[in-house]
Design a protein. Sequence first.
Length: 277
Amino acid sequence: MRIYVSADMEGIAGITSRELQLVPEGREFAEARLLLTEEVNAAIRGAYDAGATYVLVNDSHGHMNNILPDRLDPRAELSQGYPKPLYMMEGISGEFDAVFFVGYHAAIGTADGILNHSYNSRGIYNVRVGGKLMSESMLNGRVAGHYGVPVALVTGDAATIRQTQADAPGVHGAVVKWSYNRGSARFISPERAREVIAKAAADAVRSASAGGAHGMLMAERIPVRWEIDWVYTVMADMACLVPGVKRVADRSIEFESPDYLVGFKQFQAVTMLSYLV
Ligand SMILES: [Zn+2]
C-alpha cells in the first residue's frame, strides 16, 4: 500500500495566524514548521501501523520548504522546493493506492474556515469546475482521481472536513480545530492532534486496503469547464494571455479542458500569472 501525502499548514493544530506562522518572515514560523512536521509524522506513523509500504510527502504550502527534513519520519520520502508543475499534487501517479491531505483548509468564502482561501489567497475570489465551487481538497483530489487514486484522509479544521466529505463521502477525517471565523479557532493540543491523526490515518489505510475509500475518483476523462472570478480585474487580463481562456465578465474568465488534468495545469498557469500583478 503506497501512500501519497500532500501537506499544507493552515489546518495544523496550533496554527491560526498567517503573518506570525505561515510565512518565512513570521516570528513564529520556526515553531509552526515543527507543528507541521509532527502532524505529518503522525500520519506517516498511522499509515505504517496499518500496513503502508511506502510514503511520499509533498510539502504543499507556500514555497514548499516548510517540513523539517531531519525531523521527518525516516521511513518517508519528501518533495520540497519551488516551483513544482503540479504544485500541491506534484509526484502523484497511478503507482499510489491512496492520498492523504494533512493540514488542509476550507475554500475561499467559507465563513467558519480558518485561513480560508483557494490557491492564491490574494487573487482568487471563486473557482468553479463544472459549475461547482471548489476548495483545494476538491481541486487536488480530482488530480488524484485522474490517476485512479482515491483520497482516503483529510485533516484540518471542522469546516474543511465537512466540505471534503460533502464532496467525497467515505474520506476519513481528523478534526483538530474548530474555527470561529477566518482569523481565529479553538484547537486541541498538538500532542492530542497527533494521536487523532495517527488513528485516522491507520483507519484510512485499512479501509483503502479493503477497497472502502472511494474519495474523489473522477474516472471519466471528459471535457471540463473551469471558471475563475479574480479579486482584481487585471488578473483576468493576465489569464487571457493563455490560449483558450475567455473573458466572460469584468473579473471573470473561463476555459474548457479536454480532461481534468489538462485543466488543472491550465489553472496552475493562470494562477501563476495572477501572482505577477
Ligand atoms: Zn497553505
